[in-house]
Ligand binder design. Structure first.
Ligand code: ZN
Length: 329
């Protein structure tokens, strides 16, 4: 881009600041409801009775259930169908298209900040009103050259009362040229670039040290015996700071998973399945599922872990479908 081209581009770009994403406030698809709250609380592991226990809520100071504040952005989401149809166009789509047409095709969500001002209760309709709040000057980052854009969404109930706001920041950038990946036939896994090392601090170094020796440990409270993972200094059940650990059998099943497509990180092999594994001991662990066609990965699949060397410096539990683990064991 010449300085003149950049100036013309930026003149067009900053015209977007202040534009609304929607012609009028977008109403939630459903009113605030118990089913969605219950499912969200279950997935997040949030057992606050103010969200799901109607009897408890009735006897509380409020006298009724409320929605978890962090669900603010949930009510106005289009839902699963947009995966095939795409999102309906809005002011943000126009801005993204403007970036894309000038080569800033990379997108990276960088921050979400929510602020809460009032509670949402069952039956409330949530209206979202969003604007493009700001666009930064051009920045040069490790990702490439680009601009940060920030949207500000305001959420109000049917009485016009402000429930909360959400600021969402995205970096739009020119992605660096990626050379076609060529892998010599003699390449072994150990010739892959080394993955970024997990930081080891006072509270978790012991866990990684055990992993280096081929064992996956689960922290156990010495006072009430509750198991916990990831490692942390205090028991969430009884607040004891005394702990020891047990070794996991690495028997488990897939609780949830994603397949990572983009961006591709050096040192990882694709397809890359990142899963939350429910271990037989009762705790959960984030790990990769390997030795399986990614189309066959599903929630509930029984898996067995083995601690393996994944690059020159890293030992990690890798989880295999139980059938395959039996074959190769
Ligand atoms: Zn405890």
């Amino acid at each position: 881009m010449t300085p003149e081209q950049r100036q013309a581009f930026e003149e067009g770009l900053y015209q977007f600041v202040g534009r609304s994403l929607h012609p009028e406030p977008k109403r939630s698809y459903d009113t605030v409801n118990g089913a969605m709250i219950r499912q969200w609380a279950e997935v997040m592991g949030d057992r606050n009775p103010a969200y799901t226990d109607a009897d408890w809520a009735a006897s509380s100071a409020r006298g009724h259930l409320i929605a978890p504040p962090a669900m603010l952005y949930v009510w106005n989401q289009e839902g699963y169908a947009v995966a095939s149809t795409g999102r309906p166009g809005d002011g943000l789509a126009d801005l993204v298209a403007y970036f894309d047409s000038h080569g800033f095709t990379g997108s990276l969500g960088t921050n979400v900040d929510q602020e809460y001002f009032a509670e949402a209760k069952l039956g409330d309709a949530i209206y979202e009103d969003a604007v493009i709040e700001e666009i930064s000057e051009q920045k040069s980052t490790a990702r490439g050259l680009g601009y940060f854009l920030q949207t500000l969404a305001k959420f109000r109930n049917q009485d016009g009362e402000l429930i909360g706001t959400q600021r969402f920041r995205v970096f739009k950038f020119i992605p660096p040229e990626v050379p076609a990946q060529e892998k010599p036939e003699s390449a072994t896994e150990l010739e892959l670039p080394t993955r970024i090392q997990a930081p080891r601090g006072q509270d978790n170094a012991w866990w990684w040290d055990a992993c280096d020796e081929g064992r996956v440990l689960i922290q156990r409270c010495k006072s009430c015996q509750t198991l916990r993972h990831p490692p942390r200094p205090m028991c969430g059940e009884c607040q004891s700071t005394e702990w020891d650990s047990i070794e996991s059998s690495l028997d488990g099943e897939i609780y949830s998973f994603v397949e990572m497509h983009y961006p591709k990180f050096p040192g990882y092999q694709y397809p890359l399945i990142v899963a939350v594994i429910s271990l037989a001991e009762g705790t959960r662990l984030v790990a990769n599922v390997v030795g399986i066609d990614s189309a066959e990965v599903r929630i509930g699949l029984k898996v067995k872990g083995r601690v393996e060397q994944v690059d020159e410096k890293t030992m990690l539990p890798q989880f295999y479908p139980v059938d395959a683990a039996e074959v190769s064991a």
